[in-house]
Ligand binder design. Structure first.
Ligand code: PNS
Length: 176
C-alpha cells in the first residue's frame, strides 16, 4: 500500500452518487455531513433505468438542486456510464456513500471494492442521523403510493412533487 501524502494544494472533492428516486431526508443528512468534511461535494445522479425510477433523471437533479440550494459548495450533476469515470472527470478524490444498517454493507462493500480495483478511488461511508436509519427511497414511494404521510422522510420540494406524481403518473414514453 502506498503511503503517499495527499497533495495539500488539491481542492478536495467528493462525489456522492446514487439513484435518488426520490431524494430523501436521509440523503440530505449525508450531504450535510459531507460538506463538513470536503470543500466541494458533487452529487452524482445515475439514471438507473434497471430500477424503473418514478422520476426522470432531470426531475431528480432538479429536486436535489432545490433541496441543496442553501449549500453553496454542493453541485448536482447527472452521470451515465461507470461511476469511477465520472469521479475522474470531476477530479474528485473520493466516493461517499451513506450506510444506514449493517445489512447495507454487503452491497456497499462489493461496490467499494469494485470501484477501488477499477480506479484506486476510495469509498468513504457516512452514517445518517438515527432519525433516518429506516428511510429508503423505496419505502417513501411505497408509503406515498398508498396515501401515507411521508413529510418526515423527504424534503418539501420532493413532497409536493410526489403528491403530484401519485395523483397523475407520467405516460410510459417520458424520458427516464
Ligand atoms: O442509490 P443507489 O441505487 O444505491 O446507487 C447505486 C449507484 C448509482 C451508486 C451504482 O449503481 C453506480 O455506481 N452505478 C454507476 C455504474 C457503475 O459504475 N457500476 C459499477 C459500480 S461497482
Amino acid at each position: 500500500m502506498s503511503v503517499d501524502k495527499p497533495d495539500s494544494n488539491v481542492d478536495r472533492r467528493a462525489v456522492y452518487p446514487g439513484t435518488f428516486d426520490p431524494p430523501t431526508l436521509g440523503h440530505l443528512d449525508v450531504v450535510r455531513r459531507a460538506v463538513r468534511l470536503f470543500p466541494q461535494v458533487i452529487i452524482g445522479v445515475f439514471p438507473n433505468p434497471k430500477k424503473a425510477p418514478l422520476f426522470s433523471v432531470r426531475e431528480r437533479v432538479a429536486l436535489l438542486r432545490s433541496a441543496t440550494a442553501d449549500l453553496p459548495h454542493v453541485t448536482v450533476k447527472a452521470f451515465d456510464g461507470l461511476l469511477v469515470d465520472f469521479v475522474r472527470r470531476e477530479k474528485a478524490q473520493a466516493i461517499l456513500r451513506g450506510i444506514r444498517a449493517v445489512s447495507d454493507m454487503e452491497y456497499e462493500f462489493q461496490m467499494a471494492m469494485a470501484n477501488r480495483n477499477l480506479s484506486g478511488i476510495e469509498t468513504l461511508f457516512l452514517m445518517p442521523g438515527e432519525a433516518y436509519t429506516y428511510v429508503t427511497a423505496t419505502l417513501v414511494k411505497e408509503v406515498a403510493r398508498h396515501g401515507g404521510d411521508v413529510s418526515g422522510m423527504v424534503p418539501q420540494a420532493v413532497l409536493a412533487h410526489l403528491k403530484k406524481r401519485m395523483a397523475a403518473p407520467p405516460r410510459q414514453s417520458s424520458s427516464r
